[in-house]
Design a protein around this ligand. Structure first.
Ligand code: TIU
Length: 223
């Protein structure tokens, strides 16, 4: 017998059953959050994302205490880049391309120091880490099968960046029938305007692909 909980959210209260809910932490990698990585090669001010770290650390502690499954993702490619389409590899004019050597190892390549998750949010032993070649966490990964095996129906979504990998993943999840709650203080964008509008886009039109709340509001009902 399991009880539901309800969070104050936009566009309406979000009701979930903790026994069928998981936390998804998207791409909190050095490559996006620290100097010398993929995010900086694209011309971004990576310090914009750091505000999400402390609230996400508190959220992780609360979810682990409540025994919610925690799933991490990382965007990146095989060392031979065979899973990186030319359309992604040759896009734009970055200061270094995917696979090039950088101060934290090869840019956006699996196994490199820069590809891994920042120390503050390191996965706990046993927590799944989904490596993904794309922006969405369902494309070319085992995430769908993992969620099915766990019996998950609701996803609490955090990570970076709001309008890229968080949006893509939430849209993919919504199409698969998951109810997604995005925590506004635990997601980040290099562009303050995209952060604001990206969150509005999720909850607009009656919650066209999800709900938005703050992490303190979620943690309060989890306890
Ligand atoms: N560039 C950017 O905003 N994001 C990405 O390339 N990947 C993720 O969002 N993880």
């Amino acid at each position: 017998m399991s009880a539901t909980a309800t969070v104050d959210a936009l566009p309406a209260p979000y009701t979930f059953d903790p026994s069928t809910t998981a936390l998804l932490v998207i791409d909190m990698q050095r490559d996006f959050l620290e100097p010398g990585g993929f995010g900086e090669t694209l011309g971004n001010d990576v310090s914009q994302l750091r505000s999400a770290i402390a609230p996400t650390a508190a959220l992780l502690a609360a979810c682990r205490a409540a025994r919610l499954p925690v799933i991490h993702t990382r965007e990146g490619h095989l060392p031979d880049l065979s899973d990186c389409p030319p359309a992604k590899l040759t896009r734009g004019a970055p200061s270094r391309r995917i696979g090039d050597p950088g101060p934290n190892g090869r840019i956006l390549v699996r196994g490199e120091y820069g590809h891994d998750i920042v120390d503050e949010l390191a996965p706990a032993p046993g927590e799944p880490v989904i490596d993904k070649p794309g922006k969405g966490a369902f494309y070319a990964t085992g995430l769908g099968d993992l969620l099915t095996s766990l019996g998950v129906r609701s996803l609490i979504v955090t990570g970076v960046t709001t309008e890229v990998c968080v949006h893509t993943t939430v849209r993919e999840a919504n199409d698969r029938g998951y109810e997604c709650l995005v925590l506004s203080d635990c997601v980040g964008s290099y562009f303050p305007e995209f952060q604001r509008v990206g969150l509005q886009m999720i909850a607009a039109q009656g919650g066209i692909f999800g709900w938005v709340a703050t992490s303190p509001a979620f943690i309060a009902v989890l306890q």
